[in-house]
Design a protein around this ligand. Structure first.
Ligand SMILES: NC(=O)c1ccc[n+]([C@@H]2O[C@H](COP(=O)([O-])OP(=O)(O)OC[C@H]3O[C@@H](n4cnc5c(N)ncnc54)[C@H](OP(=O)(O)O)[C@@H]3O)[C@@H](O)[C@H]2O)c1
Length: 361
């Protein structure tokens, strides 16, 4: 198979840096275009990220000398790639317009950004959970008047430690969910060096995160109707999101109430057996298993378990009865891998295998 040419919008940022590492020697994709703000444009990548490369692995040799383009120069950027990953920090309206401009330039966008998450004909994918939402892409292309260009997004990193664990239990009639997330500082694009106030501290506020944590799962569980995704009406979700002194990995403490309460063993059996299209298609980034349940009472732990399945696996533990809800448990996922760049690369692999991403004519 000929590799597709991939570009990155926001290549100099924390998520962009992750994309660069994940696309090194990727079997489906070859990195051919890097873009960021006008401030970085025109420089070599190595120069543009001088003093702010935040990954533990070095910049790949072949990327160092690549020129950084201005992401707003859509024509110049689009001609260098077959599709783009997007991870830029911009005003929501500007970002919406930028991503649509790429789609209209027949350059599909697989985005980490939140701007289009609630656009009804834009799929918000966790490919194991809702691959059928790609059915709305045809309607989106009709709206944008494109042949191949479209936008697909991934959900917020905060929900990926609990939505994959609730999904295999939906047919027991989940009525309500209370969740508290313990979120890593890389979710704010930070390391300990540039976030000293988090040491020996917990910050009980992450702007906009609780709303996303309560609303985005309902789109993931929504149904495609007449070219749009109609969000599910239930369960009711209430969330609190805390920033904790952890480099990577978002933990979730979850309480859940069912209409038909399942046995504990049945829940664990379903978690361990749960696989989706990425596992069936043997996609390069698909973790196997998708979900790992720990029997040990002190697992999962963020530091020990976030890298399971190369940071793409979802962990669960401490499932036990609750006096107010039916059960409580702990979930964990890696926020910049499964929750950001890795999740987008997995979505792109799925879109590629299904023929939505292809070589430009
Ligand atoms: N970090 C996470 O765990 C995580 C998880 C899920 C989603 N996200 C989302 O992913 C996006 C990127 O996050 P991040 O942590 O990587 O942010 P970041 O480290 O602050 O990087 C921001 C990127 O956006 C670029 N940029 C800023 N203004 C621009 C403009 N006007 N035009 C084009 N590019 C521009 C920056 O380029 P310059 O270097 O040239 O300024 C940089 O490449 C955000 O929307 C964030 O919410 C992050």
């Amino acid at each position: 198979m000929k590799k597709l040419r991939a570009g990155i919008l926001g290549a100099t940022g924390m998520v962009g840096q992750r994309f660069i590492l994940l696309l090194q020697d990727h079997p489906y994709f070859e990195l051919t275009m890097l873009a960021a703000s006008a401030k970085s444009a025109g420089q070599s990548y190595e120069r543009a990220v001088e003093g702010r490369w935040k990954m533990s692995s070095p910049i790949p040799e072949q990327v160092k000398a690549m020129r950084v383009f201005d992401a707003s120069d859509v024509e110049a950027c689009a001609e260098k790639c077959d599709f783009v990953f997007s991870a830029v920090v911009m005003q929501k309206d500007e970002l919406k317009a930028l991503e649509e401009a790429y789609a209209k330039a027949e350059t599909p966008v697989v985005s980490n950004n939140s701007a289009h998450r609630f656009t009804p004909d834009v799929p918000m994918l966790i490919p194991e959970l809702n691959p059928e939402h790609t059915d709305v892409i045809a309607a989106q292309k009709a709206r944008l008047h494109t042949k191949n260009g479209f936008i697909a997004v991934k959900p917020n990193c905060s929900i990926q430690g609990y939505v994959p664990l609730l999904t295999p239990l939906m047919d027991f009639g989940i009525e309500s969910v209370a969740v508290t997330t313990y979120q890593a500082i890389s979710g704010a694009g930070k390391t300990f060096a540039d976030f000293p106030e988090i040491l020996d501290n917990v910050i009980p506020y992450i702007g906009g995160e609780e709303e996303k944590s309560e609303q985005e799962p309902l789109k993931i569980w929504g149904k495609v109707e007449n070219g749009e995704i109609v969000p599910a009406k239930s369960p009711v979700i209430t969330a609190q999101c805390l920033r904790v002194p952890v480099s990577d990995g978002h933990m979730a403490a979850v309480f859940v109430k069912f209409a038909h309460k399942p046995e504990k063993d049945e829940i664990i059996r379903r978690w361990r057996a749960f696989a989706g299209e990425p596992q069936r298609l043997d996609l390069p980034s698909a973790p196997k298993p998708f979900i790992t349940y720990f029997d040990e009472p002190d697992r999962p732990q963020t530091g020990l378990d976030r890298d399971l399945g190369r940071g793409m696996g979802v962990c669960a533990g401490r499932l036990r009865p609750d006096s107010l809800f039916d059960y409580k448990f702990i979930g964990l996922s890696h926020n910049t891998l499964r929750g950001a760049a890795g999740g987008a690369v997995l979505s792109a692999e799925y879109l590629c295998r299904k023929g939505f991403l292809k070589e430009k004519e």
